[in-house]
Design a protein around this ligand. Structure first.
Ligand SMILES: Nc1ncnc2c1ncn2[C@@H]1O[C@H](COP(=O)(O)OP(=O)(O)O)[C@@H](O)[C@H]1O
Ligand SMILES: [Mg+2]
Length: 155
């Protein structure tokens, strides 16, 4: 477990970029926290750092549920805020995306145990003030520990 304060949006983007450097095919990063906490912002920082051009807008997938990108790896960014049924979840093909070697960023993934169980790392964001966020990086399994170890040496 790694806890940090992110003083402004730039620090959130930088942390996300540092994590992105360590990501490999099949990694699922869970993003949790209230609306406005910075989940989509974190995903944007990581997705751009994975090589998606800076002029590609990374927007909230709240309505589309999943946005896909191609960087140095295939990338999927999902938001399950509006998702209520397991059947809809299956249609999204999360397992297939992971098997195809994608990296996944999932907002509100804890709602679905089948998704939550695939997470290597939980990024839990909390609003501390207008510009500041508290973040807790909670690793799961060996892969999570590896990702955290890589970040600990940087922050
Ligand atoms: N330190 C910070 N980290 C991330 N976002 C921040 C920070 N400070 C302010 N913000 C603002 O908070 C908002 C976060 O929105 P968003 O990333 O869409 O949150 P979520 O996906 O959790 O609902 C953005 O408007 C962003 O500019
Ligand atoms: Mg969001």
């Amino acid at each position: 477990m790694l806890e940090l304060v992110l003083n402004d949006e730039g620090e959130t983007l930088a942390l996300a970029a540092a994590l992105a450097d360590a990501l490999a095919p099949g990694d699922l990063i869970g993003l949790e926290g209230e609306l406005g906490a910075g989940k989509t912002t974190f995903a944007r920082g990581a997705i751009h750092a994975l090589g998606v051009p800076a002029d590609t807008a990374i927007t909230s997938p709240t309505f589309a549920l999943v946005h896909q990108y191609q960087g140095r790896l295939p990338i999927a960014h999902a938001d399950f805020y509006r998702l209520t049924k397991d059947a809809e979840l299956e249609e999204l093909g999360i397992d297939e995306l992971l098997e195809e070697g994608a990296v996944l960023f999932v907002e509100w993934g804890r709602k679905f145990p089948s998704v939550a169980s695939r997470a290597s790392l939980w990024v839990e964001l909390e609003i501390a003030s207008d510009q500041a966020r508290r973040v807790r990086l909670d690793p799961r399994g060996e892969r999570g520990d590896e990702l955290i170890a890589g970040l600990s040496s940087l922050v």
